[in-house]
Design a binder for this molecule. Structure first.
Ligand code: FAD
Length: 393
């Protein structure tokens, strides 16, 4: 009998297992994969996410993989360029973009070092129910079937969550899909973190491990059939159409990996918890990846769940109340970022141009702008009365 079973050992599940184990609980962490293994991601972790890594004592390990600190951003919308950085989050000034096969492994290793038991290549197929509550899981590993019991089962098993499906977690809010994304890894590009936006197009340079740069592009979802018919051509065309300068900079670079892409980026909130179960990360809430908030939000949800449960797994009746509290906290934590993401994923950056023109020569306002992107400053606090006057809003 475990206190907690966590299904899924990546950005959401491993920190959840780590934090529950550090709180003194007996934790089982399951994943159908075997680490290290890559996953779709443009890798960017905003300063508040990096601050979690620091708090958990794993930032040094992430930095030691060789991915550079990203403490300067260049953001271009049409002809307007803002350069600067977000305010720090808990003293952390840089974002990072580690390869996921490195990051996710570090997080899982830390969960194990904190006392969680990890079983990889273990696929959960069923939940065990007892008196109307989730009371455990049944899973397969090789040809063997296992059953384990726990007071709390946490689904950290991604956007297509089996735990959410089996627990009957209702979808409480859903919006249409907005973009499709393609990216690859390149050597020979001398760049920091750079973002380029124009109508119906987005491109970004994200420096990562091994001196490589992730070059990503986004298209409107309406173009998905056309784009995937010849993704490589569409990817390269999108980059040169945004800025011929970008195309020139890539002309001497070498593509070091295949093209990765997806047209399945759903936007939803599922109910976050119920009797004996909770969802963290993409399992409970998913949004377009354009704003790169999924990893940071997974870390925040893991923290919120473990803090909300507190001693609740030791004293019986408190648990359901704690789980309800987690659900409310989860929605408060991620709703602003969800709205900002849907707005950005419409790929109509022209709306922001008057604001960007008004702050282009103002380093303090530019830092405020980057702080809303990182999530250090709520986006509804960007507009000061003085800025409103400048923009004429
Ligand atoms: C194209 C793209 C680009 C992105 N770029 C960024 C970015 O730049 N920055 C950012 O912060 N976020 C980004 N994201 C989002 C980010 O990758 C996710 O939000 C984050 O990985 C979610 O982590 P998770 O742990 O919730 O889920 P996942 O990463 O999906 O992990 C779920 C785990 O559960 C396991 N699992 C699933 N089912 C079972 C089962 N039945 N039994 C056992 N194990 C199971 C899986 O094997 C997997 O390891 C991007 C996403 C995409 C698609």
């Amino acid at each position: 009998m475990y206190d907690v079973i966590v299904v899924g050992a990546r950005a959401a599940g491993s920190p959840t297992a780590m934090l529950f184990a550090r709180a003194g609980y007996r934790v089982l962490l399951l994943d159908r994969i075997r680490h290290p293994r890559d996953t779709l991601s443009t890798l960017y972790i905003h300063q508040p996410g990096v601050a979690h890594l620091k708090r958990w004592g794993v930032l040094d390990a992430v930095a030691a993989t060789g991915c550079p600190p990203l403490d300067h951003a260049r953001h271009q919308v049409k002809d307007v360029v803002l350069e600067g950085c977000s305010w720090p989050a808990d003293g952390v000034t840089a974002a990072y973009a580690p390869r996921r096969y490195l990051l996710d492994r570090i997080l899982t290793d830390e969960a194990v070092a904190s006392g969680a038991e990890f079983r990889e290549q273990s696929t959960v197929d069923e939940l065990v129910f007892e008196e109307g509550r989730v009371a455990g899981v049944r899973y397969r590993s090789g040809r063997q079937q296992f059953e384990e019991r726990a007071r709390l089962v946490v689904g950290a098993d991604g956007m297509r969550s089996k735990v959410a499906e089996l627990a009957g977690a209702r979808t409480e809010l859903e919006d249409p899909m907005l973009t499709c994304a393609y990216y690859s890894f390149w050597s020979g590009i001398d760049t920091g973190f750079e973002v380029y936006e124009s109508t119906r197009r987005w491109a970004g340079f994200v420096p990562t491990n091994d001196g490589l740069t992730l070059v990503g592009t986004y298209f409107p979802m309406a173009d998905y059939d056309r784009v995937r018919a010849d993704a490589r051509t569409a990817y390269l065309e999108n980059i040169s159409a945004i800025s011929p300068v970008l195309a020139d900079r890539m002309a001497g670079a070498t593509q070091e990996d295949r093209l990765f892409g997806t047209g399945d980026q759903r936007n939803f909130f599922r109910r976050a918890a119920g009797p004996g179960w909770a969802l963290v990360g993409d399992a409970g809430h998913h949004k377009d990846s354009l704003t790169g908030k999924g990893i940071t939000d997974a870390f925040r949800q893991a923290t919120a769940l473990v803090e909300s449960v507190g001693d609740g797994l030791r004293d019986g009746p408190g648990l359901d109340k704690s789980l309800r509290r987690y659900g409310e906290r989860r929605d408060d934590l991620v709703m602003d970022g969800y709205r900002d993401t849907l707005a950005a994923a419409e790929l109509r950056p022209g709306r922001r141009l008057p604001l960007m023109r008004a702050i282009v020569d103002d380093a303090q306002m530019t830092a405020r702008f980057f702080s809303t992107i990182s999530g250090v400053l709520p986006s509804n606090e960007l507009m000061t009365p003085e800025l409103r006057e400048r923009v004429g809003a």
